[in-house]
Design a protein around this ligand. Structure first.
Ligand code: ZN
Length: 138
């Protein structure tokens, strides 16, 4: 069995963003040379997510509005977590948007359903973050 590991690096200037990382993951798969197996892609930080959905700007706007209703950033004093930090909302947003995705690798390609794309969700930007890509198979 082959094994491939790579970290994707991010430093998003805004507090929140959704970035389509499908091309980087596809490049990792190409580098790995793996034709059949599984790809795990996970955020390595507790205020960022990796998830799969449609690359559609209306949907991304709807996520932003929905997440701000569920866990508004302000007032920052509403979260016991805040004090030294002001990212209490980002931990909650990360929880609901998820830590990782697993994608089947078939015939050397990411085996997606219709319209599926992989996204990095940033909820507390302005600093360096990493996403782990681990691919196993043969
Ligand atoms: Zn925190």
């Amino acid at each position: 069995m082959k094994s491939f590991r790579k970290e994707l690096l991010f430093n998003i200037p805004t507090r929140r963003a959704f970035i389509n990382i499908t091309p980087q993951v596809a490049e990792c798969l190409h580098e790995s040379g793996i034709r059949e197996g599984l790809a795990l892609i996970n955020a390595m930080h507790i205020t960022a997510s990796v998830f799969i959905n449609d690359d559609e700007s209306g949907l991304h706007h709807d996520y932003e509005v929905w997440l701000e209703k569920l866990a508004p950033h302000e007032p920052v004093s509403q979260y016991q977590h805040n004090g030294y930090e002001d990212n209490g909302d980002a931990h909650l947003k990360r929880q609901i948007m998820g830590r990782e995705v697993v994608v089947a690798v078939t015939d050397g390609k990411l085996d997606f359903g219709p319209w599926e794309q992989i996204f990095y969700g940033e909820f507390d930007g302005g600093r360096k973050k990493r996403v782990l890509v681990k691919i196993i198979g043969e």
